[in-house]
Design a protein around this ligand. Structure first.
Ligand SMILES: Cc1cc2nc3c(=O)[nH]c(=O)nc-3n(C[C@H](O)[C@H](O)[C@H](O)COP(=O)(O)OP(=O)(O)OC[C@H]3O[C@@H](n4cnc5c(N)ncnc54)[C@H](O)[C@@H]3O)c2cc1C
Length: 288
């Protein structure tokens, strides 16, 4: 049984932001509801007022603007999977979206819902981190933009204020090549045990000019492995450079034992996958 709640159904973004400003912090946005409804049922959320943002046109759409890819917060995971623009300009996100939940979940689940829920295992987070994404938050008082790397604070905690909506996610049209891999207990409908995304670019001399490594489900929040990234830049991406970066990436993690895995397994798999994904992407950027 669900607890009783009031449902506010704004027709415009302005109306939604007014309602949030009036009721915050005692109001919770709901988009696809795939996290909120489960949590309400489990009595994990205590809000008695829900603000339905699923009908807001301003939160929808995938477009290119000013050298960036912009995805409205209310964009569904299915829309990401089906978008040619995302396939061409966000390949690791397309790969993650295709493996998120199951078709029914993907039809309802949104990008904003995935990021604001801030599960350590949120599958869109590592790909968006390696794409250098930022999130745009709107309130009645105006808008602000936060790099995604600084948006996550901890388990289910973000920089979002209760009177704000996540209206868009944006990243520069990416250079280099990228990859994503998800380890779950099943091939579909499985919460991630470990997720890895990487992106590399090289200069004309074949030296690594940019490296991004992000990991999910191995720390209280999705993380970038900054030291590992820095160690790769300027190298020729030899096997030993990649192996050293993979070791550094594991040092950035702080996994736990839980129902899905042990911390030791998560560390082991992180090291192996970072090494494998970097090796694969190296082939793409160097043609070796
Ligand atoms: C069976 C099942 C399988 C799943 N599998 C996966 C999986 O494989 N990988 C994965 O990452 N997740 C998975 N999930 C979790 C969930 O589906 C995703 O996190 C999804 O993207 C949440 O989106 P939503 O629109 O349903 O969010 P909601 O449940 O509507 O909201 C989630 C949170 O985001 C907030 N919110 C929503 N929209 C906005 C907005 N525009 N601005 C501000 N705050 C907002 C809500 O207030 C709430 O705090 C699964 C869930 C279920 C039930």
């Amino acid at each position: 049984m669900l607890p009783e709640f009031d449902l506010l159904r704004p027709k415009t973004l302005a109306e939604a932001l007014d309602m949030l400003a009036d009721r915050a912090p005692d109001v919770m946005p709901i988009a696809g509801g795939t996290n909120v409804v489960v949590a309400l049922r489990e009595r994990a959320y205590h809000s008695s007022v829900l603000l339905d943002v699923s009908g807001l046109a301003d939160l929808r759409g995938i477009r290119k603007e000013n050298g960036h890819v912009a995805v409205g917060g209310g964009t569904t995971i299915t829309e990401l999977v089906e978008s040619e623009l995302i396939a061409a300009n966000g390949a690791p996100l397309a790969a993650a979206a295709a493996q998120l939940g199951n078709p029914l979940i993907r039809n309802r689940a949104t990008v904003a819902g995935n990021l604001v829920d801030a599960s350590p295992a949120a599958d869109t987070a590592p790909p968006l981190l390696v794409l250098d994404a930022e999130v745009e938050l709107a309130s009645k008082d105006g808008r602000r933009v936060i790099p995604l790397d600084g948006f996550f604070v901890g388990v289910n905690e973000t920089q979002r204020r209760p009177d704000e909506l996540l209206v868009a996610v944006r990243w520069p049209v990416p250079g280099g090549a990228a990859a994503f891999h998800k380890v779950g207990l099943r091939k579909a409908g499985a919460c991630s045990v470990v997720t890895i995304a990487v992106r590399l670019a090289c200069d004309e001399a074949g030296k690594c000019s940019m490296a991004r490594i992000a990991l999910g489900a191995v720390a209280p929040r999705p993380i970038r492995a900054h030291e590992a990234e820095d160690a790769l830049v300027g190298t020729g991406l030899a096997d030993e450079d990649i192996a050293a970066a993979a070791m550094l990436a594991v040092q950035a993690t702080s996994p736990i034992d839980d129902v899905r895995s042990t911390a030791a397994y998560r560390r082991e798999v992180s090291e192996v996958l970072v090494r494998r994904l970097l090796g694969g992407v190296r082939t793409d950027v160097l043609g070796q």
